[in-house]
Design a protein around this ligand. Sequence first.
Ligand code: SDX
Length: 440
Amino acid sequence: MLDDKYVTEKKVEITIDGKTYYLPMVVGSEGEKAVDIRSLRAQTGCITLDSGYMNTGSCCSKITFLDGEKGILNYRGYRIEDLAEHCSFIEVAYLLLHGYLPTVGELNYFGQLLAKFALLHEDMVHFFDRYPPNAHPMSILSSMVGSLVSFYPEMVNNPLENIDLMASRLLSKLRTIAAFSYRKSLGHPLVYPRHDYSYCANFLNMMFESPVRPYEVNPVEVAALNKLLILHGDHEQNCSTSTVRMVGSARVNLYASISAGISALWGPLHGGANQAVIEMLEQIHLKGGDYKKYIERAKDPKDSFRLVGFGHRVYKSHDPRSRIIKRACDDVLSAMNMASDPLLAIAKELEEVALKDEYFIERNLYPNVDFYSGIIYRAIGIPMNMFTVMFALGRLPGWIAHWKEMWDDPDTRIGRPRQIYTGPCQREFVSIEERKLGDR
Ligand code: SDX
């Protein structure tokens, strides 16, 4: 909700057809400025046009602040660097959902809820029997999450009173669905969640535990996964979060809104980029490692190839998440005694060359969150088609926090953008008998 304290005395003047109008100016808690155009059409008869909403704010939010020019990312006022260094993913999920870091007692209670809701209804487990083995796990994720309301309809109509229960149910079950989709794709028996494992340890165990060989959850992998999920926790009004808000604005239940967000995240321009980065690095490696050829292709306007993992709608300097993940790559690979990963070496060389190239400099193209994350997922043994699923696991607390904020905001209206029509003007109707091909 827009608090009056953010509306400045000074108005913005706009002159259209010789007439001057005055619109409110809004300045956010971190100094971001906006022209409040909610009365624009009523006053002037005009709308604004902004494809991709590059200059348009859809709401006021207290969850995440990011400064694309300075490479700043804060969740509820806390620096992402501090959270990634000192917290567990569930601690940060609690922060995103409630607006404050939990006490030991609050965190333990949240952990107990996650354990309580970790199982999937056995009738839903049978859904997996009908997916083909090569089904992409993002398609499974979005359809299973959309089906949750059929099995857990309670609380759906009064979500805010039960948001802790609904959020922990979703956080815990999404993890189970993700791991089950992997096991089913291998035709392996499902490994059920354990009450005595932490969020990330449970996920790894459900993914890799095997009756035919000993499996020990590796604390290095658990720490790396916590860090990666934290870094994906939220990112203000990105495509998938805006989708969750848009769908939820029609008063759609939380599960169906999150299912829509999962579908938006799947896109290769969005969360699907982490899988596309590894595919790109593998292609460069297989073809002899000549990464400079790919830099030239990315610069060629006639070539649709883009340097995946580079560029960002908001960050016009470095993506702070990418820097943290790049450092974590070296730590994780050496802690796991993995010989230096050739793909990591190519990624680092790509970054070094690109950041000195005029094309990338002029367009403020830097590595984003997806550029290095796949290196760690791959080192842990997570298959490539699960990389975007990992992004969804991380982003889920952010999606829920935004859905809750939207649902609870008295300023919220159903999302319904306008448009400028550029099609044919009024035409006379012609009966089918009189229509001729040449009359188009
Ligand atoms: C995520 O919004 C979020 O917060 C998203 C996210 C999150 O946490 O939710 O951060 C996660 O989605 C990260 C982005 C992952 N996607 C990719 O890595 C795909 C590759 N990147 C691009 O497709 C692109 O940079 C976008 C989609 C990320 C941003 O697109 P924009 O803001 O619409 O920018 P644009 O497409 O208009 O590009 C501007 C210019 C163009 O050149 P010109 O027409 O001006 O000559 O930069 C060029 C583009 O061709 N360009 C690239 C490029 N990205 C942009 N050229 C080569 N390689 C690239 N990767």
